[in-house]
Ligand binder design. Structure first.
Ligand code: PEP
Ligand code: MN
Length: 350
């Protein structure tokens, strides 16, 4: 931390600050400029948490130097992390394609979407059983039955499952069925939920809140990490801006910014950001090109009758085109597509 003294601060004011800092076991280094004095503090920021330095006489500003988040920060963990989801890696040397329906509707629809995903080289299956819908009249998901369908489809295809949990009371149930727990944009600051998923022992996919700054997003990840899991993947899914031409504005710069600040992998959701099928391919290209560690896309065998987010769902041919593009770009970026975990031979991508 750095304390900037006001222009009129006296030597006694400076000394009072030094005395306070030393009283809690910190060290204070005083630098005198022509018109200002700056005091540099050395010691864990927690030491200084109980001091009200801003309120002291002669203090103009107190500035933190180290990040507020510790466990997810790159400061003390310079190597970028790899998170393994049911044996599938998400991290800096791979690009992971996650695909599946927005919502689990029926066993046939889920299996058909999973087969589409697998044929295109996706290595993880997404699909919501608990859906956080903006309208209480919209399809809310199949709940536990949806989880059972996902588990059956994993059995059939070998694809590990990523699915959302919307309430702290459902965490154990979802964790019993899923390989990765998704926290959606609407719940990014549901702190009891973050703490519950952090204690569940499964990897977590943490979507960025649609109104959240990058710092708030990383603080949300810190809540999860603090409860015991560092297997967290961050997902940029678009934020609310004044622009109405797309569902949300994909903050593509967030990917390299977060990768500099945090060791956690970062993926992009081009489906929920653009909200339109025709944008999924270009936004996926942008994501891989900017260095994202993967993309998560909505697919559906019959988008015209989808119960949720049909307009952004890809059909099989779209998804194959996307995967070809992703594969080429992955090579350009010096990475490899993440390999499937053990997959029954008859389901392997051509
Ligand atoms: C989803 O992935 O199904 C979803 C609801 O996404 P988001 O939380 O980003 O809106
Ligand atoms: Mn959706």
């Amino acid at each position: 931390m750095v304390i900037v003294m006001a222009a009129g601060a006296t030597s006694a004011d400076v000394q009072a600050v030094v005395t306070q800092v030393e009283s809690v076991g910190g060290e204070a280094f005083v630098s005198r400029g022509i018109s200002r004095v700056i005091v540099g503090l050395v010691g864990d920021v927690d030491l200084f948490a109980g001091l009200n330095l801003t309120a002291m006489r002669g203090v103009a500003r107190v500035t933190r130097i180290s990040a507020k988040y510790k466990l997810v920060s790159r400061e003390h963990h310079p190597e970028r992390s790899v998170v393994s989801v049911g044996g599938v890696p998400i991290g800096p040397s791979t690009v992971t394609l996650i695909a599946g329906p927005c919502a689990v509707e029926t066993p046939d629809q889920t299996l058909a979407a999973a087969r589409m995903a697998q044929a295109a080289g996706a290595t993880l299956l997404r699909g919501g059983a608990f859906k956080p819908r903006s309208s209480p009249y919209a399809f809310q998901g199949l709940g536990q039955r949806g989880l059972e369908i996902l588990a059956d489809v994993r059995e059939e295809t070998g694809l590990p499952v990523v699915t959302e949990v919307v309430g702290a009371h459902d965490v154990d149930l979802v964790a019993e069925h899923a390989d990765m727990l998704q926290i959606g944009t609407r719940n990014m600051q549901n702190f009891p939920l973050l703490q519950a998923v952090g204690a569940a022992g499964k990897p977590v996919l943490l979507k960025r809140g649609m109104n959240a700054t990058i710092e708030e997003w990383l603080m949300a990840a810190e809540y999860i990490a603090q409860r015991g899991t560092l297997d967290i993947v961050l997902c940029e899914r678009g934020i609310r801006t004044f622009e109405t031409a797309t569902r949300n504005t994909l903050d593509i710069a967030a990917v390299p910014v977060v990768q500099q600040l945090s060791h956690l992998p970062v993926i992009v959701d081009p489906s929920h950001s653009g909200g339109r099928r025709d944008l999924v391919l270009p936004l996926s290209r942008a994501a891989i090109g900017v260095g994202a560690d993967g993309v998560i896309v909505d697919v559906h065998p019959h988008p015209e009758i989808a119960l949720c987010d049909g307009p952004q769902a890809l059909v099989a041919t779209d998804l194959l085109a996307l995967s070809r593009s992703v594969e080429k770009l992955t090579r350009v970026m010096g990475r490899q597509l993440s390999a499937p975990r053990h997959v029954p031979h008859e389901y392997q991508a051509a």
